[in-house]
Design a binder for this molecule. Sequence first.
Ligand code: SAH
Ligand code: DHB
Ligand code: MG
Length: 227
Amino acid sequence: MSRRQSGKPLWTAVDQYLGDLFAAHDEHLEAALKANRKAGLPAIDVSPLQGKFLQFLIHVTQAKRVLEIGLLGGYSTMWMARALPRGGRIVSLEFSQRHADVASANLKRAGLLKKVDIRVGPALENLPLLAKERGGKFDLIFIDADKDNNPHYLEWAIKLARRGSIIVVDNVARHGQIIEAKNPAGDIQGTRRCLKLMASDPRLSAFAMQTVGLKGLDGFAAAVVIR
Ligand code: SAH
Ligand code: DHB
Ligand code: MG
């Protein structure tokens, strides 16, 4: 069996095949990705199947309150917002006003903006404010921003969760660099520390899974709060 098809790794074609089957784009998802690229946003949106997986988690848990750390152009947000029950809401934290503007336009076009509450600024400034608001605990928290701060985001996620809430952390393999204990890069160190906390915190039952696909070798970690 050939490993490559027309110069692409075989897993790219497999991800394409599975994505076309299970996570086909409609006009709004397509328009969002197009707008993100046109605006020069980095092409680091979740893949279609990863978006569908987040949607799956929301259906399984019947999540009504979702927290996303890292909005970008709102592509992952769109997948999740579509799975929310009536009255469900996503709070999404984003550092960049420009990214938030692109995301707002994408969500508005898709009729989803009313389900999303975008907070612009450094997430570590908005997380304590969210905790003070007493809007209720979050059922699902998706951590997908600057990886250097992943240990802090995990701590806040646990604070903002209840027993049974799910925490998902994106990008935990980083093309394999995650195994480089001495790699000084902040994103690698931040994610390694976060994974260690997730694996050892008695309040969590957690796992991590590496993935290959449209975005190369990467992975995600997930935890359920058990106490
Ligand atoms: N979840 C998105 C991708 C997020 S990319 C999707 O799959 O579609 C990461 C985002 O985190 C970027 O938009 C970046 O601007 C944002 N970010 C980086 N540092 C941040 C910080 N300190 N606080 C909040 N957002 C931050
Ligand atoms: C990067 C960030 C992401 O959230 C992602 O899914 C892929 C790559 C990055 O910063 O390189
Ligand atoms: Mg990501």
